[in-house]
Design a binder for this molecule. Sequence first.
Ligand code: GLC
Length: 476
Amino acid sequence: MKILFAASEAAPFVKTGGLADVAQGLPTYLAKNKDVDIRVIIPYYKSIKDKNDKNIKFLTSFGVNLGWRRLHVGIFEAVYKKVKYYFIDNEYYFNRDSCYGFYDDGERFAYFSKAILESLMHIDFIPDVIHLNDWQTALVPAFLKAHYGGMISFHQIKTLFTIHNIEYQGKVSNEFLGDVLGFGEEMRGVMSYEDCINFMKSAIVLADKVSTVSETYSYEIRYSFFSHGLSEILKQYEYKICGITNGIDTDLFNPNKDKNLIVNYKAGEIEKKEENKRFLQEKLGLPQKSEVPVISMISRLVSHKGLDLVEYICDEILSMDLQLVVLGTGDKRYENLFKFLQSKYPDKMSANIEFNSALASWIYAGSDMFLMPSKSEPCGLSQLIAMRYGTVPVVRETGGLNDTVKPINVLTGEGSGFTFKAYNAHDMLGAIKRSVDYYYDKEKYIKTFTNIMKINSSWKEPSKKYINVYKEIMQY
Ligand code: GLC
């Protein structure tokens, strides 16, 4: 089967969030199956060009219509880990200092979606399925229907639309329909929602199937608490929604191979993990106490990651005998909060307001517990990485956190982490306290440390499920 995976970012070329990891990990795994010819298509951003990667080569160029505009499309290509990547080049739209955040993002990604379809004839690849991801590629089904319906070779192309985060939908004003998309009034009903043009809504209506990045999230988004306004549409189309929980690249996230670590370790090797803990404490200027639990957070510092809960009870957390390590950037409110806490509790708190992948490895390896109290979490990758490094997650039961972390039974030691249900600061504190008590129950704690490192969180199972979905929609 021929699959084109379209996304607005893919590691290692460009990454701002978890989508980029999925756009690398899933295609790489699918490519191991000899029946699958999978290729990835992303924009050719300035940041990719600036790296001057000699493997990225020019393939072809042509023009595309977007409403009344005639626009240039350049196609570059590269092969990475046996997967072919295409890069869509347009200096006007993509030669900018960041991937997103511009006044014309709607137009930029409308262009990208149209260019994806137009390029199929030029790259000589008519896929069975175009796998679309998030709002930036959500216009593909609409263009396919409105502008490519007359092309016989496109008739059999099916679309799967994956929602990584429903918060960002691609909303633009009503004039966009004719002016930018070049659609007639007959498309307005499909494209508009609550008095604007909504890219994601159109994909939910028009794609052959819609998936989310965890099973729980696929149900949650049918409720208004999670849906950012789209619950009614999702309920209407629930027959085509499914959830497939993400995997991670277990070769990349492997404490036994991670070059950043001072000592590599496997499941069961608790002394080596403790060496990583001492190293982390030393690097961060925290007292090197092996008996004190280190709880970490690696996250974007924004409120839906549950930071308002942490803020609410930070003094209660830090009055306990533990060390709290935070890594990430985000809202000033939280950056300042953690810096302030570090000055107030210098022996207990380490605030690292930065991106730093070596430090991230040290933290995953050197901490005992990993806190992720998200308000909503479509999947979440950090809890999977933490478990891979034998660090016990403390999470709220939502989205992918609910699907990947099984509550620990403190009597038997079964399960993989500590969880709480209600979005409530003291429920979170309760889970933290339970994890700290458990930490002192050394025998059981070591059993959990050993077990969670053995959980298979690779793309093996998810990729089988994607193949089944591709097969299903190819029959429509
Ligand atoms: C988004 C979601 C995150 C998910 C990632 C990859 O960033 O917020 O939960 O893990 O996409 O699907």
